[in-house]
Write a protein that binds this ligand. Structure first.
Ligand code: KG4
Ligand code: ZN
Length: 333
């Protein structure tokens, strides 16, 4: 095995076209992210067909920029990693076709990466000392999962949402409050100016599953009932408090059941300041270390895919030309 392994990675599962170059899995030489947020804002959410078209327009420029910024050429690259699911099928196919074309033309191995395993791996970049096993709380626009990370490429899902993902709930609630898309960052900001004075219901099951649709519906009902009298900042604070309480109650239960001494946050919602603060506090009180990625690595980016791809590559998890986009890919498959 070469001393230094250089990976080129591609992420295009939703509304970010991103390409990164990593050395030995954890050292980011470049991480170029072309976001389409401004394009989708006016529709109140991601429009899949528009996302695919923009990926097609951007992808070759993003590849070139990532290589240039890292000061490497395709000859220096040892493997091509790419997200193949879960995500929007048309969007995924743009990244996947590009990765296959580069891998075929350069005769380099192709490594398929699970998007959520990528989100988890973002923590390895931000925390060079972090090693499995640990518990991961994955909270993104499409997922809310508690995952036991047994090894770099071995995962067990302990609990997941039965309805809305957390990020999806942030985005929907934001839309009905008239705060725009994406909802997470704006609710995060507004909540700091308010108090959690509205009561919202919390749902628990006898396992580690989550449910957020009750909280979301209660917010919508309150908005209808109170009309202009609603205190938006207070409602944002109440929503964040309710969601965080549900997430952290199950996280603590899982951490105790597993007896882990490390908990990592991952996914777009891990950028949330209230959630980060309260998980850190919970870690201090209960004797586990808490990890979360630096902000730029919380939301979708190719560096996290390159890191997960590196560990797949090391254990020989290399894909063939039949690799296809799998919109509802499960973790650990
Ligand atoms: O991981 P991500 O970039 O895409 C998916 O894989 O889904 O996550 C996007 C989600 C959006 O729902 C967005 O509202 C949410 O992450 N998000 C946040 C924050 N920043 C982004 N949610 C809460 N607080 C934030 N600061
Ligand atoms: Zn994501």
């Amino acid at each position: 095995m070469k001393q230094n392994l250089i990976g080129l990675s591609i992420e295009s599962s939703c509304d970010e076209t991103s390409v990164a170059i990593l050395k030995n899995g954890r050292e980011v030489l470049s991480n170029v992210i072309a976001t389409q947020i401004d394009i989708h804002k006016k529709y109140g959410g991601v429009v899949p067909e528009i996302a695919s078209r923009n990926h097609v327009e951007n992808i070759t420029y993003v590849v070139e920029e990532a290589l240039q910024k890292a000061n490497v050429t395709l000859n220096d690259v040892d493997f091509i990693a790419v997200t193949y699911g879960p995500g929007l099928v048309g969007a995924l196919l743009v990244g996947l076709s590009t990765a296959k074309a580069i891998a075929y033309a350069t005769k380099k191995p192709l490594v398929g990466v699970h998007h959520i395993e990528g989100h988890i791996a973002a923590n390895y970049i931000s925390h060079p000392e972090l090693k499995p096993p640990y518990l991961a709380l994955v909270v993104s626009g499409g997922h809310s999962h508690l995952v036991h990370v047994k090894d770099y490429t071995k995962f067990e899902v302990l609990g997941k949402t039965r309805d809305d993902a957390v990020g999806e709930a942030f985005d929907k609630v934001s839309r009905v409050m008239g705060l725009g898309y994406p909802g997470g960052p704006v609710i995060d900001k507004m909540a700091k100016e308010g108090k959690p004075s509205y009561h919202l219901p919390r749902t628990y099951f006898d396992n580690l599953d989550f449910s957020f649709s009750g909280i979301k519906t209660a917010v919508i009902n309150l908005l209808h009932k109170e009309g202009d009298n609603i205190r938006i900042a207070d409602l944002c604070a109440s929503f964040e408090e309710a969601v965080t309480e549900v997430l952290l109650t199950n996280t603590l239960k899982a951490a105790k059941e597993l007896g882990v001494d490390k908990v990592a946050l991952a996914g777009g919602v891990s950028a949330n300041s209230y959630l980060r603060e309260h998980l850190s506090k919970m870690g201090e009180e209960n004797g586990f270390a808490v990890y979360y990625p630096e902000l730029i690595l919380c939301t979708d980016n190719a560096a996290m895919i390159g890191c997960a791809g590196y560990y797949n590559f090391l254990v020989g998890k290399v894909s063939d030309w039949n690799l296809n986009a799998v919109p509802n890919l499960k973790i650990g498959e």
